[in-house]
Design a protein around this ligand. Structure first.
Ligand SMILES: [Cu+2]
Length: 144
């Protein structure tokens, strides 16, 4: 009787081990879904870049920058000399546009819905930052 009990214990242990190894196999299945999500994100990024390229190609004209919580979109914008750039705060928090190197005047604090515009006549690179959130930075590159 004792040897048979040992056999039963061993069989039970093997069965438990089999169940244990089966669980990780089930976990791998959801991981296969992750790569599917990545390709979905890639096409989304491409259309976002497209409008920026279009604005870059525009000879001269108004260009919009969105201020959201918390960042500038597009954060790096290239425009032609003579372009008027308009910043619009689409977020809920107050933000501002402060020239990093005094290259342009900059705005007061803009509450939600507030706008600020500046016409860039001279070519150059104009860095700016939110006067409230130092992590919010942007650059306007003006081409002649
Ligand atoms: Cu801000």
């Amino acid at each position: 009787m004792s040897p048979r009990s040992l056999v039963l214990v061993l069989l039970a242990a093997l069965a438990a081990a089999a169940c244990g190894s089966g669980t990780p196999t089930t976990t791998i299945v959801p991981k296969s879904d992750a790569p599917v999500a990545s390709p979905t994100d890639a096409p989304v990024a491409s259309p976002t870049d497209a409008p920026v390229a279009t604005a870059t190609d525009a000879p001269a004209g108004d260009t919009a920058v969105e201020i959201f919580d918390n960042g500038f979109r597009a954060s790096n914008l290239t425009v032609a000399a003579g372009s008027t750039v308009t910043w619009t705060n689409i977020g809920d928090r107050p933000h501002s546009v402060r020239s990093t190197d005094s290259g342009f005047e900059g705005s007061d604090v803009l509450s939600g819905g507030g706008t600020y515009e500046h016409t860039f006549d001279a070519a150059g690179t104009f860095a700016y930052v939110c006067g409230i959130h130092a992590s919010m930075t942007g650059t306007i590159t003006v081409k002649p």
